[in-house]
Design a protein around this ligand. Structure first.
Ligand code: ASP
Length: 594
C-alpha cells in the first residue's frame, strides 16, 4: 500500500462504501459540531468529507480539534454513505464520507492571506506575492490544467503530422521582432552579450536550411516592452516552420488545430467556420485596426465625399488637407446624455483625435424622427439625409464622426467601436470570432526614423509579383504575411520567408541596415542561405492568449503560473533585484550613477 494514500480526494463513490481508505491533502474547511468534527480534505482531484467522532477515534479527534485551514493531513478511515438527506450534489464525492479511525498531522500551516478554498476576489498584487497559494485556488487550477491540455493537444496534432519538436537556445543573439532585447552579459567574454530571443525565428529558419522540413516548439519568447493586459516580458508560443509550402499549407494546418482545441477543450462557441479571410486593407477600412473584434458589426464608413463641399469647416478642411472623415453608427444610442457623449469624446482624444462630431436621430411620438447634432447647423437638410443614409441610421441611432489623418481616424474609431461594443453588450465572452488577415503591406513608413519598417519582421517575403516594387514603390509591396485574429487579439502571426539572399539584402537596405551591419547581425543567416535553402514559411500562435480566450480570462497573467506584474516584477521572489557587487565584477559590469 502507498505510504501516504490509497485514493485521492475526488475519487470515492457509493461503491467504495465499507472500504478502509487512506487520504492525504489540505484542510479546506473544518466545522466543529461539539463532539463531531467535520473536515473537508482537499487535493488536486477534489474534496472528501471526513467525520471525526471521538467515540470512533479519540486519537483522530485530539488532532482534529487543533486543525486549521490549509493544514496538511493524512487520514485513515472507513468510507460510508452519508445519512439520508445530507448528500452534497455539488461535490462528486458528495454521497459518501470517511469516518476517521486515525489522523496524522503532516504539517501545520500559517493562516493564508486569502482563502485558498474559493475564488473570492483578492487584490492582484497579493495574489502574485503569494502565487503558490493563489495557484491552490480552483480558478488557477482549472487554468493550469486547461493549459496543459492545450499544449498536449498541439503536440499530438503535430506529431501525427510528422512534425519534430526541437529545442532552440535561450542564450542567443538578438532576433528582432520589433521589441527591445533582454541582454545577458558574458562572464567568459568581457563586454560581450547574449540576447534572449524575441522568438526562435532565425533558428527555425536555420532548421529549414538543415532539412527538418516540419519543426515545432513550445517556445519561450522574451521581449522587453511596456506591458499591457495581454503582454508579458516572457511568453510562450507554438513556434512552427515548414519547408516547400505556400501560405495555403500553413493556413490549412493551423485552422483545424485551433478549431479542434476550441471545440474539444472549451465551452466557447466559434462564430464562423471556416474562418473568414480578410484582406488587410479591408479590415482597416471596416474596423480601423488589423486585429478586429468581429463578434459584432458597428462597422466604420467613409463620408469624406459627402462632406468635402459642406459648410462645416472642420470636415471640409480636413478633407482638403488630405485627411478623412469616417463615422460609426451606434444603434439605439440617440438618447445619450451630454456626459455620455463627453466620455466618448475623451476616449477618441486619448487616441489623438481632435474631437467627435455627432448626429442623433431621435425617435418621437408623432413618428417623425428628430435630428439633434453638434454640427447640423452647418449642413443643409439634404446633406444630413445623405449622412444618415450612409450610416444606415434608424430612428433611435446615434452617428459619431471623426475627422483627421487616416491613421488617427482609424485609431480613434477602432477604440470607439470597442467601447460601444462593450456598452451595447455586443462582445459576448462565450463567442470566439476568428478570422485570417492577409495581404499586409510588406513595410510601414516610420516617420521618426525616416525609413521603412517591416510590418511583420525582416524575414517576411514579398508577394512574388510585388518584388519589382521593392525598387520602385516599396510602400505598395505586399508581404506574404498572415495573422490569425480573434475577438480583437492577434492570436498568431506568420509568413512565407525570403529564401533568396538577393531579396533579403534588398530588404535590409530598405529598412536602413547597411550590408556591414546586416553581416554583423545576421551574417550566419546570409551565409546559411547560400547552402541550399528550401522555400519555407511558418507561423507562431501565442499559447497564453489562446488559453486566455478559451478560459474566458481578461488577461494572460491568469493563465501563467508565475507571471510578472504590470511593472515587469516577480512580486513573489522579488525579481529583478540588486546583485552582489562581486557578481557584477565577474561580469565586467559597473553600474552608472543614477
Ligand atoms: N517569429 C514570428 C513571431 O514571433 C512568428 C513567425 O513569423 O513565425 O511573431
Amino acid at each position: 500500500m502507498h505510504p501516504y494514500r490509497t485514493h485521492n480526494c475526488g475519487e470515492l463513490r457509493r461503491e467504495h462504501a465499507g472500504q478502509t481508505v487512506t487520504l492525504a491533502g489540505w484542510t479546506s474547511r473544518r466545522r466543529d459540531h461539539g463532539g463531531l468534527i467535520f473536515i473537508d480534505l482537499r487535493d488536486r482531484w477534489g474534496k472528501t468529507q471526513v467525520v471525526v467522532d471521538p467515540a470512533v477515534s479519540s486519537q483522530a479527534h485530539a488532532i482534529a480539534q487543533n486543525v486549521r485551514g490549509d493544514y496538511v493531513l493524512q487520514v485513515r478511515g472507513t468510507v460510508r454513505m452519508r445519512p439520508e438527506g445530507l448528500d452534497n450534489p455539488n461535490l462528486n464525492t458528495g454521497e459518501i464520507e470517511v469516518a476517521a479511525a486515525e489522523m496524522k498531522l503532516l504539517n501545520p500551516a500559517k493562516t493564508p492571506p486569502f482563502s485558498t478554498n474559493d475564488d473570492s476576489p483578492v487584490d492582484e498584487a497579493l495574489r502574485l506575492r503569494y502565487r503558490y497559494l493563489d495557484l491552490r485556488r480552483p480558478r488557477m487550477q482549472r487554468n493550469m490544467i486547461l493549459r496543459h491540455k492545450v499544449v498536449k493537444y498541439i503536440r499530438d496534432y503535430l506529431t501525427t503530422r510528422d512534425f519534430v519538436e526541437i529545442e532552440t537556445p535561450v542564450l542567443f543573439k538578438s532576433t528582432p521582432e520589433g521589441a527591445r532585447d533582454y541582454l545577458v552579459p558574458s562572464r567568459i567574454q568581457p563586454g560581450h552579450f547574449y540576447a534572449l530571443p524575441q522568438s526562435p525565428q532565425q533558428l527555425k529558419q536555420l532548421l529549414m536550411v538543415a532539412g527538418y522540413e516540419r519543426y515545432f516548439q513550445i517556445a519561450r519568447c522574451f521581449r522587453d516592452e511596456d506591458l499591457r493586459g495581454d503582454r508579458q516580458p516572457e511568453f510562450t508560443q507554438l513556434d512552427l516552420e515548414m519547408s516547400f509550402v505556400e501560405r495555403e499549407d500553413i493556413l490549412t494546418l493551423i485552422e483545424p488545430l485551433v478549431i479542434g482545441i476550441v471545440e474539444e477543450l472549451s465551452d466557447k462557441r466559434l462564430l464562423t467556420k471556416p474562418f473568414p479571410r480578410l484582406k488587410y486593407q479591408e479590415v482597416i477600412d471596416r474596423f480601423g485596426t488589423d486585429r478586429p473584434d468581429s463578434r459584432f458589426g458597428l462597422e466604420l464608413f467613409v463620408v469624406s465625399d459627402l462632406v468635402a463641399g459642406s459648410g462645416f469647416g472642420v470636415f471640409r478642411d480636413t478633407v482638403a488637407g488630405g485627411g478623412q472623415v469616417k463615422g460609426i453608427c451606434a444603434g439605439g444610442c440617440a438618447n445619450y446624455s451630454r456626459r455620455q457623449i463627453d466620455e466618448l469624446t475623451e476616449l477618441v482624444r486619448e487616441q489623438g483625435a481632435k474631437g467627435l462630431a455627432w448626429l442623433a436621430l431621435k425617435a418621437t411620438d408623432d413618428g417623425e424622427p428628430q435630428v439633434r447634432s453638434s454640427f447640423a447647423k452647418f449642413l443643409n437638410e439634404e446633406e444630413i439625409q445623405k449622412l444618415l443614409a450612409r450610416a444606415q441610421a434608424k430612428p433611435g441611432d446615434l452617428v459619431l464622426f471623426v475627422a483627421d489623418q487616416p491613421v488617427t481616424v482609424a485609431e480613434a474609431l477602432s477604440h470607439l467601436r470597442l467601447e460601444l461594443g462593450d456598452r451595447l453588450g455586443l462582445r459576448d465572452p462565450n463567442v470566439l470570432a476568428y478570422c485570417w488577415v492577409l495581404d499586409f503591406p510588406l513595410f510601414t513608413w516610420s516617420q521618426e526614423e525616416s525609413r521603412w519598417d517591416p510590418s511583420h519582421h525582416l524575414f517576411t517575403a514579398p508577394m512574388p509579383e510585388d518584388i519589382p516594387l521593392l525598387d520602385t514603390d516599396p510602400g505598395a509591396a505586399r508581404g506574404q504575411q498572415y495573422d490569425l485574429v480573434c475577438n480583437g487579439y492577434e492570436t498568431a502571426g506568420g509568413s512565407i520567408r525570403i529564401h533568396q539572399r538577393k531579396v533579403q539584402e534588398k530588404v535590409f537596405e530598405l529598412i536602413g541596415l547597411n550590408l556591414e551591419d546586416a553581416r554583423q547581425r545576421f551574417g550566419h543567416m546570409l551565409e546559411a542561405f547560400e547552402f541550399g535553402t528550401p522555400p519555407h514559411g511558418g507561423i507562431a500562435p501565442g499559447i497564453d492568449r489562446l488559453v486566455m480566450l478559451l478560459a474566458g480570462e481578461p488577461n494572460i497573467r491568469e493563465v501563467m503560473a508565475f507571471p510578472k506584474s504590470q511593472k515587469a516584477a516577480d512580486l513573489m521572489a522579488n525579481a529583478p533585484s540588486p546583485v552582489d557587487p562581486k557578481q557584477l565584477q565577474e561580469l565586467h559590469l559597473c553600474l552608472a550613477e543614477e
